[in-house]
Design a protein around this ligand. Sequence first.
Ligand SMILES: Cc1cc2nc3c(=O)[nH]c(=O)nc-3n(C[C@H](O)[C@H](O)[C@H](O)COP(=O)(O)OP(=O)(O)OC[C@H]3O[C@@H](n4cnc5c(N)ncnc54)[C@H](O)[C@@H]3O)c2cc1C
Length: 420
Amino acid sequence: MHRIVVLGAGTGGTLAANRLRRAYSEAEASITVVDQDDVHVYQPGLLFVPFKMAHPENIVRPRGRQLHRGIDYVVDSIDRVDLEERLVQLAGGRALPYDVLVVATGATLAPEETEGLTGVGWKERVFTFYDLEGAVALADALNWFNEGRLVVNVVEFPIKCPVAPLEFCFLADWFLRERGVRDDVELSYVTPLDGAFTKPVASNRLGGMLKDRGIDLVTEFNTGEVDGAGGRLVSYDEREVAFDLAVVVPVHNGGAYVNRSPGLGDALGFVLTDEHTLQSKASPHVFALGDAASVPTSKAGSVTHFEGEVLVENVRRFLAGQTLDASYDGHANCFIETGFSKAMLIDFNYDTEPLPGRFPASVGLPLMKESHLNHLGKLMFQWLYWHSLLPGRDIPGVHSAMPTSGKDRRSSPNEEVSAS
Ligand SMILES: Cc1cc2nc3c(=O)[nH]c(=O)nc-3n(C[C@H](O)[C@H](O)[C@H](O)COP(=O)(O)OP(=O)(O)OC[C@H]3O[C@@H](n4cnc5c(N)ncnc54)[C@H](O)[C@@H]3O)c2cc1C
């Protein structure tokens, strides 16, 4: 009997364990999943909480209930992985031997790594919406914010869902307009990048959208200090941005346990992973997906889902002694909420930038354009997450490999600026 251990019961661990349970009978493989708690948050919903578009209780479910029957669920903290012994050591003292280890422990927020961020003003005038507690606290602050300088700041990349802070800006613009106070608020997006986004074409488009909405874009700003008392972001090169209310996306690291597991990860605690097979570079017995994996694509739930298909096939091939499938192409797919019940959709992979057209084929959702249909798609995704993605079902017409048929490679994406 194969012993499969899955670390993490978030998006990646849950969908991988459920797909593996379907691939193997209980007589063929034992599957054990470990997580430190039993609270599964639908993280895309965190964006909506500050704007009262989602209630906290509606985006949270017990982790254990998302796992299929026949999966052993252990609530404990991972202390370290011993690659030589093929053993996971848990903080509670239990040791889990494995034939295959699937690492899906995501990314960890590290606000304490930025000077001042968790000091004076934290959760009073300095917030994050990247965890549930922060998003709830921010909802209250935003509700009373009528005038002054609202600053949205990404301290450092990589972060989960790199479009989420931009979506926050667009929604804040909409929310403040709805409340009739937009003219009294200066809104800024402060980023370490040289533009609004990581991909140049989408960066131009999104930068233009910020400008159209009167949102100031401050680039190449590497935040060294958040001064909550003085209301200032200070960069390492001593530039300053003043704020009355700051929304900060903190530094992201991999797991601290990865640093205690010699050979498993890089200096930030992300797992060294082949970008096409998702087998770790540390050991052939280890595979990784989702935010924990150091592959050069976005840290997103869509990526985790697409990776899951290839990873499960490769676990099966590895255990059967077959050549691995090197087909993961970096496919990422992101809805970008733009306010006023509209959203944009981008679809890309390691080699192809976001292009205009339709997704997933020539009849489908508009790409690189704001539309109400995309907003409905974004809202509907939560249902798909709980009922299709996590249970490990395929979404009809949407596969791991990036679709090419609906994409318009002839027109320049920069020309497609009209909203529909
Ligand atoms: C505000 C926000 C908005 C987002 N919006 C989108 C979106 O619109 N579209 C999209 O595709 N993606 C979005 N994402 C990103 C998406 O949620 C993540 O990329 C996805 O959840 C990654 O899945 P994962 O399994 O890698 O990590 P997670 O789902 O975070 O799971 C990791 C798990 O590992 C556990 N763990 C970690 N360390 C240990 C340890 N030492 N011991 C035991 N357990 C441990 C954690 O408790 C956690 O349950 C968003 C994220 C945020 C924060």
